[in-house]
Design a protein around this ligand. Structure first.
Ligand code: F42
Length: 155
């Protein structure tokens, strides 16, 4: 179900700007992390405390229609705020191209986490450095399309 409400842009100006440009261009511009050439996606969610609509960029780690969302925050010792949003409100939208779609996220652990972590580091090697300096286990969440989540996405 599409997420609606009052949009509160990220307090990181470069992130808010990337979100705006990505959405305005239907994903044809601002679709990589700075000049790395590595693709990003835009994730829309509800704030855990504010209940406002929040949007962030994340590295595009896709496999068989699912996406890994890696709460690295550049190796910061605390989880990013958006992690708490997804725990509180696991129904999100991901835009990977012209249009956003509905997904449901779950946090993964153990062997499943390792599998997705390896995929994530293959896409964006700095994740390994972030893990080394964060002093926390970086959460990995997996977003499944609602059309494939039992009971969700029905017409
Ligand atoms: N961040 C990652 O963690 N992993 C990535 O792979 C990643 C890639 C990426 C690519 C492009 C890009 O533009 C940004 C990218 N980022 C990546 C950065 C990411 O988009 C976030 O900016 C970053 O992870 C920090 O997330 P944050 O949620 O802590 O955002 C800060 C800057 C922020 O906006 N804080 C707000 C504030 O007022 O301080 C609050 C945000 C929020 O969601 N608040 C919630 C609410 O209710 O509204 C409450 C959250 C809570 O703590 O309960």
């Amino acid at each position: 179900m599409p997420i609606s409400g009052e949009y509160e842009p990220s307090t990181s100006a470069w992130v808010a700007d990337q979100v705006a440009e990505y959405e305005a261009s239907g994903g044809t511009r601002a679709n990589t992390l700075r000049d790395t050439g590595i693709p990003v996606v835009i994730v829309t969610m509800l704030g855990a405390k504010s209940g406002k609509v929040r949007k962030i960029g994340l590295m595009r780690v896709e496999h068989d229609g699912e996406y890994a969302l890696v709460a690295s925050k550049g190796g910061h010792p605390e989880h990013p705020g958006w992690y708490h949003n997804l725990v509180a409100h696991p129904q999100i939208m991901i835009q990977d191209g012209p249009e956003p779609r509905d997904y449901t996220v779950r946090e993964v652990e153990g062997a499943e986490r390792q599998e997705w972590w390896d995929r994530s580091v293959a896409v964006f090697p700095p994740y390994a450095d972030y893990a080394a300096r964060a002093g926390r286990l970086i959460p990995v969440l997996v977003a499944s399309p609602d059309s494939e989540v039992p009971g969700r996405g029905m017409a």
